[in-house]
Design a protein around this ligand. Structure first.
Ligand code: ADE
Ligand code: ZN
Length: 333
């Protein structure tokens, strides 16, 4: 089997995916029409043409604008359903999905509406083709600590269906320490923790995420390598780094894919995984990320297998489930 075929066939888990970032322009228009929400673009092509970013913030501005069409439970169902069908195509058998409740509650859409639509789609995916999934609630770090506490309170009735809390949105200027007390409260409620850190922000943010928020994974974390001691800690403790190659190029974290440090991180022994982040905005779902990265960095079958194994190792599946998938990968020839 050549590398491309292996990429398409190997079972994979996705650990870094914002469900709002999987809203394709076609679905955006359809949902906007049925909710009678005006959008400033005339066509799908015009929307796609606007997806040219120079940093994280320039993307976030348009991402929050796009999410404004989502109003009722069915919208969240359709959004999630469309993403899961793409997973099926790419042989992503397990996914751990971020959702941003504040993006919606701030507009008057109840937490429950968002949760129920996403959750029902996840249940259907499980029933129909055995797709497994977990949900991760992300706090928007540009908003206040009090706002995050309010969101945590709203999540409590649904906590058995939400595995972890996370931290996303504008990184620089909003260090993890701003949310130390919220994460403490979330951990006390039984949630696990993850956080975006070291995407644009410095290695000190990764230190804070580990030591103050007690995260189990670092989302992105590509700047961890700038701090030798920190990186050694990440390698030796196998803290997963959920890396998103196409996203990093679109948001100019790296100027081109061949400049990406994924291979360096992987070769140094870090538990690196490949993910799509916001695929509707960044030009590709899981397999596209694998294919383009393999081609740009010269990854072969050995590296692809390692990345796929890492995706299960780094997941929040049970040890037995992880081992089951890793065994399947090792038996593939
Ligand atoms: N929200 C959606 N995608 C994000 C990213 N890549 N970084 C921070 N916040 C996000
Ligand atoms: Zn992200």
């Amino acid at each position: 089997m050549n590398t491309q075929e292996l990429i398409r066939k190997i079972p994979k888990a996705e650990l870094h995916l914002h469900i709002e970032g999987s809203l394709e322009p076609e679905l955006m228009f359809e949902i906007a029409r049925r909710n009678r929400i005006p959008i400033r673009f005339k066509s799908v092509e015009e929307v796609r043409a606007a997806y040219s970013f120079h940093n994280l913030q320039s993307f976030l501005d348009i991402y929050y604008e796009g999410a404004k069409v989502l109003m009722v439970e069915q919208d969240f169902y359709d959004l999630t359903r469309a993403y899961l069908l793409r997973c099926k195509e790419d042989h992503v058998v397990h996914t751990e999905i971020f959702f941003d409740p504040q993006t919606h509650t701030q507009r008057g859409v109840p937490f429950e509406t968002v949760f129920k639509g996403i959750h029902r789609a996840l249940e259907d995916g499980q029933k129909e083709w055995g797709m497994t999934s977990k949900l991760i609630l992300c706090f928007l770090r540009h908003l206040s600590e009090e706002d995050a506490f309010q969101t945590l309170r709203e999540a409590i009735p649904f906590k058995k269906h939400i595995v972890a809390v996370g931290l996303d949105s504008s990184e620089v200027g909003h260090p993890p320490s701003k949310f130390k007390r919220v994460f403490e409260a979330a951990l006390a409620e039984g949630f696990l923790a993850v956080a975006h850190a070291g995407e644009e922000g410095p290695p000190s943010y990764i230190h804070e995420a580990l030591d103050l928020l007690h995260v189990k994974r670092i989302d992105h974390g590509v700047r961890s390598i700038e701090d030798a001691q920190l990186f050694e800690r990440i390698v030796s403790s196998r803290i997963p780094l959920t890396v998103c190659p196409l996203s990093n190029v679109k948001l100019k974290v790296f100027q081109k894919l061949s400049d990406h440090n994924l291979r360096k991180l992987l070769d140094a022994g870090a538990c690196v995984t490949v993910n799509s982040d916001d695929p509707a905005y960044f030009g590709g779902y899981m397999n596209q990320n694998f294919l383009e990265t393999a081609s740009a960095l010269g990854l072969g079958p050995g590296e692809i297998r390692k990345l796929a194994e890492n995706s299960f190792e780094g997941s929040f599946l049970s040890d037995a489930e992880k081992q089951g998938w890793i065994k399947k990968i090792r038996e593939m020839n």
